[in-house]
Design a protein around this ligand. Structure first.
Ligand code: NAD
Length: 229
């Protein structure tokens, strides 16, 4: 079976009603990134950060996977597929994908604020202040903040080196180290990008560009790949 590696960003979940980062005003749901998505923000005002992610979690739980998430799962009928996502939502899993690597964590789990490898399921949508991990430290969202290590990056890079086909969907490629993953894909691997506003691609003209929203572009591409010999 050929190996397909799909790298997704916030754009794939936009049509499920979850806002991207940079599309509009450089804010995330009205907040500066530095105020809600950094270790400094947590030290300064943990309640604000906790509430911000509780609200994001609520939106994720209310959202449904869209046609693009569902189409990517269908690729598994014919290919060995790994989805590497920068997203913290669980819409790939709920869309049916069985092999998903979350580079930036997943908001439906909590994490120890002392040891990031200690993660737990969350009952409902809210992590409350005062809820503690087994080490006695406050629980926070299981997401990677700016300035924190990205533990899955090595595994993701290795997966990219083995891609027979590579698909990039809905990412501005502005967040590192995730954006650097495209450099691990072998030069002669066919590469596709689906985005209604194709990002600047670091001199790389080898991508087949599908300038469409994910719900249209991914569905078209998946149909094409499923019909290929
Ligand atoms: P980004 O916001 O920087 O870029 C979004 C990209 O998606 C843009 O290139 C835009 O043109 C494209 N896009 C917009 N609508 C689209 C659609 N309907 N179909 C396809 N593409 C569309 O997102 P990023 O590159 O993923 O980086 C932002 C960071 O923010 C990520 O690391 C992620 O962790 C976090 N984030 C996650 C979510 C989520 O989990 N759903 C939402 C917002 C931000």
């Amino acid at each position: 079976m050929k190996k397909i590696v799909v790298l997704t960003g916030a754009g794939i979940s936009a049509e499920s009603g979850l806002k991207t980062f940079r599309d509009s005003d450089g804010l995330w749901e009205g907040f500066n990134i530095e105020d809600v998505a950094t270790p400094e923000a947590w030290r300064r005002n943990p309640e604000l950060v906790q509430n911000f992610y509780n609200e994001r979690r609520k939106s994720v739980l209310e959202a449904q996977p869209n046609a693009a998430h569902i189409a990517l799962a269908k690729l598994e009928e014919k290919y060995e597929v790994t989805v590497i996502t920068q997203n913290i939502d669980d819409l790939h899993e709920r869309g049916g994908s069985t092999n998903v690597v979350h580079l930036h964590g997943i908001i439906t789990r909590s994490q120890s604020s002392k040891n990031p490898s200690l993660t737990y399921p969350i009952d409902g949508w809210e992590i409350k202040m005062g809820e503690k991990c087994e080490l006695g430290s406050q629980l926070r969202a299981h997401v990677v903040w700016f300035g924190e290590a990205v533990p899955m990056i090595g595994k993701a890079a290795r997966i990219c080196t083995g891609a027979d086909i590579f698909i990039l969907v809905g990412s501005s490629l502005a967040v590192y180290p995730a954006a650097g993953l495209v450099d691990y894909v072998p030069r002669d691997t066919p590469k596709y990008i689906v985005d209604p506003k194709i990002p600047y691609m670091n001199r790389d003209s080898s991508y087949i560009k599908i300038e469409e929203k994910a719900s249209i572009g991914v569905v078209t591409l998946v149909t094409r790949l499923l019909n290929e010999e």
